[in-house]
Ligand binder design. Sequence first.
Ligand code: SF4
Length: 342
Amino acid sequence: MIDPAVLRATMADLGQPAYRATQVYEALTRGLATEFAAIGVLPPALRTVLAERLQPLSLTPVETRAAAAGDARKTLFETPDGRAVEAVLMIYRQRATVCVSSQVGCSVGCAFCASGAHGLGRSLSAEEMVDQVLHFARELRDVGRRVTNVVFMGMGEPFLNYDETLGACRLLNDPAGFGLGARGVSISTAGVVPALRRFTDEESQINLAVSLHAATDALRDRLVPLNRRYPLAMLLAACADYVARRRRKLFFEYVVLPGVNDGDDQARALAELLGRPLYHLNLIAYNDTGGEFARPGARELAALRDRLVAAGVACTVRRSPGGEIEAACGQLAALRPAGPGR
Ligand code: SF4
């Protein structure tokens, strides 16, 4: 994917009319083209010049792993500066969701997450995020399907890369381009409160999810270190303002860590914090990342859900496909160096 502004500037530089930039943009987004040679509406000479000047893809797919059940695929991409980043396609009966990474690594350092284990490499550009979606859109096109949802829940904290993430959303939503409805897009934050407040001001139908993972400051300070800067009272006040202003449902994500955040104290605190209209809590089973935590069983998850529902919290257990290929929540790491023969 090429920055549309760069595309327009290049066409102007080449003395081409503005509509040529539009044709290329449409071919790369809606048409899912990967090379200029395939853009038949362009004169052959222009295709050649563009290929010399511009890279139609900003990420190179290096390796794809598919879950045996066929419900998840994970692709490792290489950036132009040689970094590795991963994205996941989750395939359901009615939907096909791409989980996008917004950064290489992550600076937040949640205790249960592989992505944050080695800190932040760098933030990704909007085009690099869009390329992750376009890659899977091509794979789905080959089997007669399309991307219906995009979630910014891969590696990185999207609200610490706010402008590029929102830029990626705009590109994905553009009816003249890829054309994915904003209601099919979700951004997940660990609780960067100033960005959450900024997002509240956006005129957008994009969904928001807050990764909570603990309902008391003492525990959340440990599991989500960002909580030390933006403690729960500050975070929940921003959440309440979001719901009051936008009148939209707000999702909370909770990775269940048996014996750590599923006890009575946390359940009680959760009910107090989240038993409100338009709040919805998703419980997610912890996926093994080789750390100190255990994975909960289906029965433990259901018991916690039932307890919370009884206490007035809208709550469901969310299925997270792709565990066997380390593509599930918290498992994206891309620590292996990208290279030939992989
Ligand atoms: S869970 Fe999200 S915010 Fe936390 S370290 Fe992992 S990628 Fe970063």
